[in-house]
Design a binder for this molecule. Structure first.
Ligand code: BGC
Length: 744
């Protein structure tokens, strides 16, 4: 039995071919479809589609998912879901009167190319009469114009003359699969969020405008067909919510028929007339044509890779895996949109209702901070734009200042329905302040400091002022009723991670006030007045910074996670965990709260984020103590452990953890990629393990340092990064690192 399982696992590892610039697969079976749809997800930051085949029938309206960044709708008062958008990819195909599903497919291959983001699928469809048709589809979402996409279908009869019936258009018949934020609930119901859909017919083109039922939020999609001079007899094919057309196309042995669908997408988020904008953009796409658009996309990707690539002297699989992680993170980041962020599954799956977590600021943002600071700024601007909601939210919790939600969508109001996480995992507020601080020290962006950061820091600091509870007997401040990153710690007191970062938040606010007074007295006067700031507030921050409780055991040189951690019941993970599937599938989530095990890095997480606050000895002691107790039941855990293992000189373990993070989705390490999509925080953690861990890069107000700690599998690496408006290039050869300043 065990032997058989191992055989199956080995099969899974071989399913994908990971090459330096692409991932491909030769298994076209139904059993692997959901998994392949996840790993072959495509995006351009504005929109994202799962890697489903454009041609063929849909299984369910929710499975062919297309999402738009920041496009949410209410599913009940106060609670939103990311809306599954009309399907613009679809082509329906009938070969000589036979549906595609009646044919046998051989020679299957699909490939996702990181250089232009195109997903190409090829196979031969054979019918019962032995007629063989070569089918090829290519889909890309433009990186040059994020409102545009192209889908191509090419059909070549191999051994017959006959006819194919092709239907092309846009399908508004989609629904949502609302997925609870409780990790254990499997959803079974679907929700229809779309209301009125208006179809627009035209020859070799058309489109639709759909309005969500509740808030009347509009999306307009417009397509143009290019049949490469075939001039086929296209006839309108309108049904229910489908806007499209159909042609019966005569085909001849060995001669390819190619049809391109060029699509433009605009929504209510882009201005008052998405339909007009989509119409104009679709015409522009038609002018440029599929090949031209694909070329533009490749150039845009080329520019991204110039800044973000990490070249390795390592096995091809590692190189390809690293590029895959960067590629997926970049293509799901709403780069130029300061009103949206990146969900825990990006635009690749509706899990967690598309919500944004600390995952963005702590796991994903560092990649952008060092490779595309404007994109990093936009992620922080999203938080600035939802600051007012966070202020109202704090008031709802009877507290001053701003309280950011554990889960956020298009507003800054709490979307988390699980009470202990939603109410107690308050480190998110300090995480955002930390990210603001990191952004400022790495970029030196004075405008952002003056116009946005100072206000975020002051408002969040005000929240902590009252969130700490004063204990007169000890003259100390406790942080009660709190949950750290380790979600298996119960609801506890003085979680070190949260206390540390909350104090950092207070320090950043104190320094921001001082700097505003000195450098921007006029702007400070108006901010002070607007926020009704009083000098005593800074003194209160100082008091909490100095007197907050942080537990350190001098004798053991050990930082303790929280006040109750050492009272929990010991459990040996090895007795229960045989693989990487989360233990909450075996032991109840509630029961896990009372075992002395960690779901994911907590004290080690803090040490990874504040490397200079801890001595090498403290880091080693923390590693020895916490690592054996950690279950890695969150995908956020592996990459951070790889980073910390590299820092404490455990190269073997670093490489073992790195592989898990690197191939987390590509090898379906936690067995949830198919049903949940790509884990975006892990993509960012992989990058951090590589750059902060293996390359040992660190940049802050003191400057840049680089102390490599390469694992056996990597003998050298090269990458670029940005610091204070200048570009740098790092070249590592074994233990030797060279950091070259290239200028602006
Ligand atoms: C993790 C959280 C994370 C969330 C979304 C949970 O399983 O424990 O830290 O923010 O998933 O990725």
């Amino acid at each position: 039995m065990e032997q058989r399982n191992r055989g199956k696992e080995a099969e899974k590892l071989k399913l994908l071919k990971i090459s330096p610039w692409s991932v491909s697969c030769e298994d076209g079976s139904q059993e692997t479809l959901d998994f392949r749809e996840s790993v072959f997800s495509q995006g351009n930051g504005y929109m994202g589609v799962r890697g489903y085949p454009p041609e063929g029938e849909k299984k369910h309206g929710f499975e062919r998912s297309t999402f738009l960044s920041g496009f949410f709708e209410y599913i009940k008062p106060g609670t939103t879901d990311m809306v599954n958008q009309p399907d613009f990819s679809v082509f329906r195909l009938v070969l000589n009167g036979r549906e595609l599903r009646e044919c046998t497919c051989t020679g299957f291959c699909e490939e996702l190319d990181f250089r232009n983001g195109a997903l190409t699928r090829r196979y031969v469809a054979s019918d019962a009469e032995g007629r063989r048709t070569r089918v090829e589809t290519v889909r890309f979402l433009s990186m040059a114009d994020v409102h545009a996409a192209g889908v191509r279908i090419r059909l070549t009869p191999e051994n017959y003359d006959g006819e194919v019936t092709l239907t092309a258009g846009i399908d508004g018949g989609v629904v949502n699969l609302p997925i609870s934020d409780d990790q254990l609930t499997q959803n079974v119901e679907v929700a229809q969020l779309w209301g009125r859909i208006t179809l627009r017919p035209a020859v070799k083109g058309g489109g639709l405008t759909a309005l969500t039922d509740y808030s009347k939020r509009a999306v307009s999609m417009e397509y143009r067909l290019d049949d490469h001079g075939g001039n086929y007899a296209w006839e309108p094919a309108f049904a229910d919510s489908f806007a499209g057309e159909k042609a019966v196309i005569p085909v001849h042995e060995g001669q390819a028929v190619t049809v391109d669908k060029l699509v433009a997408v605009y929504s209510y988020r882009d201005g008052a007339s998405p339909a007009e904008a989509a119409l104009a953009a679709a015409d522009a796409c038609a002018q440029r044509g599929f090949d031209g658009m694909l070329k533009d996309t490749a150039s845009a990707w080329n520019a991204i890779w110039q800044a973000a690539d990490v070249e390795l002297d390592a096995p091809d699989e590692w190189q390809g895996g690293v590029r895959y992680n960067i590629f997926q993170l970049v293509q799901t980041d709403p780069r130029s949109d300061p009103h949206a962020s990146i969900g825990a599954r990006g635009l690749m799956h509706g899990r967690y209702k598309g919500c944004y977590f600390w995952d963005t600021e702590i796991f994903m943002l560092p990649l952008f901070l060092h490779t595309d600071p404007q994109a990093a700024k936009n992620l922080l601007l999203y938080r600035y734009h939802t600051l007012e909601d966070a202020v109202k939210s704090a008031r709802g919790f009877s507290l001053p200042g701003a309280r950011y939600p554990w889960m956020a969508s298009d507003t800054g109001f709490e979307q988390c329905g699980t009470w202990d996480t939603g109410c107690c995992e308050i480190h998110i507020t300090a995480d955002i302040a930390y990210a603001v601080g990191r952004y400022l020290e790495v970029t030196g962006d004075d405008d952002f400091f003056r116009d946005c950061a100072a206000e975020i820091l002051i408002q969040t600091a005000r929240y902590w002022t009252e969130r700490f509870t004063y204990d007169e007997a000890s003259d100390r401040y406790n942080l009660l009723f709190v949950k750290g990153p380790d979600e298996y710690c119960g609801v506890t007191t003085n979680n070190l991670y949260t206390v540390w970062l909350a104090s950092e938040n207070l320090r950043l606010a104190r320094d921001a006030v001082a700097r505003m007074k000195k450098e921007y007295p006029r702007e400070w006067e108006s901010l002070r007045e607007r926020l009704d700031f009083h000098e005593e507030e800074a003194a209160a921050w100082e008091d909490r910074m100095r007197k907050s409780v942080r537990r350190y055991d001098e004798e053991r040189r050990l930082w303790i996670q929280d006040d109750t951690f050492e009272k929990l019941e010991p459990l040996n993970p090895a007795d229960y965990k045989e693989d990487d599937i989360p233990l909450y599938h075996k032991i109840s989530y509630d029961r896990l709260q009372r075992y002395q095990v960690l779901k994911q890095a907590d004290v080690l997480m803090l040490m990874a984020m504040r490397p200079k606050d801890f001595t090498p000895e403290q880091k080693r002691t923390a590693w020895n103590y916490y690592e054996p107790k950690t279950l890695h039941d969150s995908t956020l855990s592996f990459g951070i452990h790889a980073l910390m293992a590299a820092q404490v000189g455990r190269t073997e373990e670093a490489s073992r953890y790195f592989e898990k993070s690197l191939f987390l989705d590509l090898r379906d390490v936690m067995k949830n990629t198919a049903r949940e999509g790509i884990h975006t925080a892990a993509l960012g953690a992989t990058w951090q393990a590589l750059v902060f861990g293996f390359a040992g890069l660190w940049a802050d107000a003191d400057g840049v340092s680089c102390t490599p700690q390469l694992p056996r599998e990597i003998s050298g690496m090269r990458f670029g990064f940005q610091y204070r408006g200048e570009r740098y290039r790092v070249q590592i050869d074994g233990k030797r690192a060279q950091v070259e300043r290239l200028g602006r």
